[in-house]
Write a protein that binds this ligand. Structure first.
Ligand code: AP5
Length: 217
């Protein structure tokens, strides 16, 4: 099954992706993680993306097209794909359909995480992430066992550079301007499942599992 997980920043896309890949053994394609890795490694893509990401703006579609093509060339997607934070513009959605069609695949289900904007601010400012294994924590909601240290690999946790209130405002504007059109695009195909993300992690995941069952019917 090929799944998209969409939602404003901080709705829990990364957190739910961790659980989905564990349960279903599908490949996780997160453009945000791929871009952060490129910035860290100082690649050409990283140099192009760096400024946009720090400001909270969307990275240009051409750059995203190139990293997606490179990722899809790996041919490890037989069990399905979970696309996290991609596509974010109509052009990316159309591009994805073309790429998937060339591989004899299609998008089967779109999980649209919905959350009040007031809650997002607390989620974003309290988030800590592991730069090594990418695990996601929250200082109140999901703290690590030892403060500042990743439970899984023992690395020092970090705050993402774009996890500021200023950058969040820009990211939310980008979401309203572009990503909402993507939801409309897939609504026309009848494959969008709206998920209430303002619940415990366990309950959100339960609702997602149920929604995926409906997409599979
Ligand atoms: P990206 O990395 O995709 O970030 P984002 O969309 O802003 O989303 P976040 O990672 O901030 O939030 P999330 O929904 O994953 O929430 P999380 O699970 O961490 O993109 C970053 C940047 O890269 C973009 O701004 C853009 O510049 C660029 N980019 C990426 N893709 C692009 C594309 N396709 N096109 C153009 N540009 C692109 O959860 C947040 C916090 O809440 C955590 O602390 C977590 O512990 C906590 N939490 C999660 N669920 C719950 C719950 N149910 N209850 C309580 N707390 C919870």
């Amino acid at each position: 099954m090929n799944i998209l997980i969409i939602g404003a920043p901080g709705t829990g896309k990364g957190t739910m992706s961790e659980k989905l890949i564990e349960k279903y053994g599908i490949v996780h394609v997160s453009t945000g993680d791929m871009l952060r890795e490129s910035v860290k490694n100082g690649t050409e893509v990283g140099k192009k993306a760096h400024g946009y990401m720090e400001r909270g703006e969307l990275v240009p579609d051409e750059v995203i097209h190139d990293i997606i093509l490179e990722r899809f060339a790996q041919k490890d997607m037989e069990n399905g794909i979970l696309m996290d934070g991609y596509p974010r513009t109509l052009a990316q959605a159309e591009d994805l359909d073309t790429i998937l069609a060339s591989l004899g695949k299609k998008v089967d289900c779109v999980l649209n995480l919905e959350l009040d904007e007031q809650v997002l601010i607390g989620r974003i400012t309290g988030r800590r992430t592991c730069p090594n294994c990418k695990a996601i924590y929250h200082i109140q909601n999901m703290p690590p066992k030892v403060e500042g240290i990743c439970d899984i690999c023992g690395s020092q946790l970090v705050t993402r550079k774009d996890d500021t209130v200023e950058s969040l405002r820009v990211r939310l504007d980008a979401y309203h301007e572009s990503t909402k059109d993507v939801i409309g695009y897939y609504e026309k195909q009848g494959i969008v499942k709206n998920i209430n993300a303002d619940q415990s992690v366990e309950k959100v995941f339960e609702d997602i599992t149920e929604a995926l069952g409906e997409c599979n019917d």
